[in-house]
Each structure stands twice: as C-alpha cells, then as structure tokens.
Write a protein that binds this ligand. Sequence first.
Ligand SMILES: Nc1nc2c(c(=O)[nH]1)N[C@@H](CN(C=O)c1ccc(C(=O)N[C@@H](CCC(=O)O)C(=O)O)cc1)CN2
Length: 284
Amino acid sequence: MTAQILDGKATAAAIKSDLTTRVEALKARGLTPGLGTLLVGEDVGSQKYVAGKHRDSQQIGVNSLQRELPATATQEEIEAVVRELNEDPSCTGYIVQLPLPRGIDTNRVLELMDPDKDADGLHPTNLGRLVLNQPGPLPCTPEGILVLLRRYGVEVNGAHVVVVGRGVTAGRPLPLLLTRKSENATVTQCHTGTRDLPALLRQADIVVAAAGVPHLVKPEDVRPGAAVLDVGVSRDENGKIVGDVHPGVRDVAGWISPNPGGVGPMTRAQLLVNVVEAAERSLG
Ligand SMILES: Nc1nc2c(c(=O)[nH]1)N[C@@H](CN(C=O)c1ccc(C(=O)N[C@@H](CCC(=O)O)C(=O)O)cc1)CN2
C-alpha cells in the first residue's frame, strides 16, 4: 500500500485564498488586521517559521509587526514588548514564538498577553475556553491537523487516535479538540515516558506524532491503512527537517502527512484564521 498524501501546502493555499476575501471585507469596514510576532533568540528553525508567518500574512493583505530580542533578553524586556503589543491598536493579533530561551518563565509571558489578541490560542483563558467548550481561538497545530483530516475525508468520529507528545502547542491541546462531541474521537495520549509505545500505536486508526524524537514511529508500529500525521521538526546536521515518522511508514499507512509540506503549513494557515477571526470579532 502507498499512502495517500495529506497535502498541507495545497490545503493551506485554499484556506489563504478564502481569507484574502475576508481581509478585503475587513478593510472595506475600516480595519486592516495586523499580525505581531515576538521572536527571542537566534534559533534558525524559529526564525524560518516566523518569516513564513509574515510571508503568509502579507500574501492575504494582513500587516506585519515583527519584534525581535536577543537570546540574552530578560523576563522584563520580553514582558515590555508583550505590553507594547497589547496596547498597539495596529496589532490585532500576535504570537510569542516558542520555545523561549531557558530561564524565561513562559507561562508568565503567555498570561500577560491580551487574550483577545492571542492568535495562537495558548493564553490560559483561551485554553480554558477550549476545555469549557466555549468559542475562542484554537491552538493552530491541533486545529490544522483536524482541518487536514476533514479535507481528505479521514473518519475522526469514533476513531481511536494515538497522540504521541505533550507539548503545549500540539500534543497537550490536541486531545481536547478531538474529544469534543463534534469530533467524537477516542484518544490515547502517549509521550516519551509511555511503556510499550509500539503496542499502543498498533491499535490506532490515526497516529499523531508530536514528540520531537526523529523517526520514533516505525513502519512495524503502524496498523495498515491508518492515517499518520507528523508534527516533528527535529533537524539533522545539515539543517534538514527530520520528522517523528520513519519514511518507511508511507508503505503501510493509508494516509500520511509529508514533512515538510504537511502539518507545518496548516499551523501557519490556522494562525491566519485566528488573526482574521479576532479582527472580525473586534468589529462585532
Ligand atoms: N508560538 C508558537 N510557537 C510554536 C508553535 C506554535 O504553534 N506557536 N509551533 C511550533 C513550530 N511552528 C510554529 O511556529 C511551525 C513549525 C513548522 C512550520 C512550517 O511551515 N514548516 C514548513 C517547513 C519550514 C522549513 O523549511 O523549515 C513545512 O512543514 O512545510 C511552521 C510553523 C513550535 N513553536
């Protein structure tokens, strides 16, 4: 079997095309959305992701506000930029690129953000809204994964989804989305401390690998015909992305997200959805 490709690049392009029309409508009502980003440090991967987010936003007519601080920035310097973005009316939504350098209290930074401008859906208020089933911005990677599965007709209702990883941007919030009544999946949350991970993976209709461990999910761990999504963004010595899913899984799975070109572009597209929706909400 050769898996059908869950093409995140093409799906993201379709989402961006729809958003362009909504941005034009916002502009006609006097509001140009502006996406702010705060990048702290010089991590090459983070720099690429932030550059991609601004490239995308410019493509759909959203203004860019880029803030950068060196890796040596203090908690107070980072929080000062967050306060500035909270106050700036031209910034209608923003993100703090994660991870922040070691020694910085990430939760304190996220908590300081204006929840109405939180384009990542990672502010405690917005994560709380998700738990309570109330409307609000959804975390971009989990929602991007769901949109991709829907677009390719992968059945989520009643499916057993095994999520590997417990990071705040993907693994931790994804089960919250999948177990809503509207999605109706059953989720097993695994992580690097899970005993006999292969035995659990083999039970899955859908595998989401978000542990940051290169080639963690091997062909023999996957049930033939399962859908496999790769969130891993480790890099080899040449800076090339190495995902959490072994390339041989393509020959066993029914669907697979390429990496690059799968979940990454969907994360960026969902960020723009959150920015446009926040701007629409602000106009009432
Ligand atoms: N504030 C946030 N920080 C981080 C998030 C997040 O959702 N919000 N998620 C991850 C990384 N991430 C988002 O910033 C991200 C990862 C990958 C891509 C992407 O477009 N990848 C491309 C390849 C790009 C390359 O060549 O390196 C692809 O997959 O095709 C975008 C965003 C951690 N931090």
